[in-house]
Design a protein around this ligand. Structure first.
Ligand code: GLN
Length: 250
């Protein structure tokens, strides 16, 4: 990997790659290249040493692969050391859960997480465990981030509680998000961001992609295509759908 290039490490895509989340790596790399900044995507396999990266990405996945990922990443505090060294992390759904203290793997069983985030993921009460959070979501980002509305879709059984310094990424306007009474969605702690939004989320929300990139390379000028506010159009469509006024079959 050349020194001048931004290294984007895509962690365990064969275990955590549901719903197109691997595309987040492509989006980040391409948005850098469009600005004339070199970028390389490095795919990391389980058990392989963690490469030095400026950005680490984790996607969604099923409960079982999640347990393997958590064990692998916790070993020797590998990811924690990278974050302490200044790395940026985006973790989606199962990825978000894995970074916490513990997460449910169904039927009252729990697995230990990496412990990078002060969050815990449980399951709904026993009589409601058949219910998953599935569908389109609209999230109002926390004001300090100065981001437009975020969109994506969610599909998860786990519900996540934030503690300590972990703040919600935003507030759910449509959808379930973390599943807590305060309608929190996702988590942000320093330069570690977690969300339940798939899509891939960075293709649907370029401003979020640029926020992560900005932490690495400094503030970036907008791209010409960003004037087409696809996310705003989608928000409108999702809201109409939620109100039962139309369908998303656009
Ligand atoms: N297995 C986790 C859950 O159901 C995460 C699912 C996902 O990543 N889509 O909560």
């Amino acid at each position: 990997m050349s020194d001048s290039s931004v290294a984007i490490a895509l962690l365990y895509p064969e275990l955590l790659g549901t719903y197109g989340d691997n595309g987040n790596a492509t989006v980040l790399a391409q948005r850098l290249r469009w600005r004339g900044i070199a970028a390389e995507v490095v795919t990391v396999a389980p058990r392989a040493p963690l490469p030095t990266g400026e950005i680490y990405l984790l996607g969604g996945g099923e409960d079982d692969p999640q347990r393997h990922v958590a064990r692998d990443l916790a070993e020797g505090g590998r990811l924690t050391a990278a974050v302490e060294g200044g790395a940026v992390v985006l973790a989606v759904c199962a990825g978000l859960q894995v970074l916490g203290r513990s997460f449910a793997t169904g039927e009252g069983r729990y697995a230990e997480g990496v412990g990078l985030l002060d969050i815990e993921t449980g399951r709904p009460p026993r009589d409601q465990q058949h219910k998953r959070a599935v569908g389109e979501a609209v999230v109002e980002p926390r004001r300090s981030l100065n981001l437009p509305m975020l969109v994506g879709f969610e599909n998860h059984g786990g519900l996540t509680t934030l503690r300590g310094h972990a703040l919600p990424l935003g507030t759910v306007r449509v959808g379930i998000g973390n599943g807590t009474a305060d309608r929190a969605e996702g988590v942000i702690s320093g330069h570690v961001v977690g969300t339940y939004l798939h899509g891939p989320v960075l293709a649907l929300n370029p401003a979020l992609a640029d926020m992560l990139l900005g932490w690495v390379v400094g503030e970036l000028p907008p791209l010409p295509d960003d004037t087409v506010d696809a996310a705003a159009e989608r928000v409108k469509a999702i809201r109409l759908e939620a109100a039962g006024l139309t369908t998303l079959g656009m």
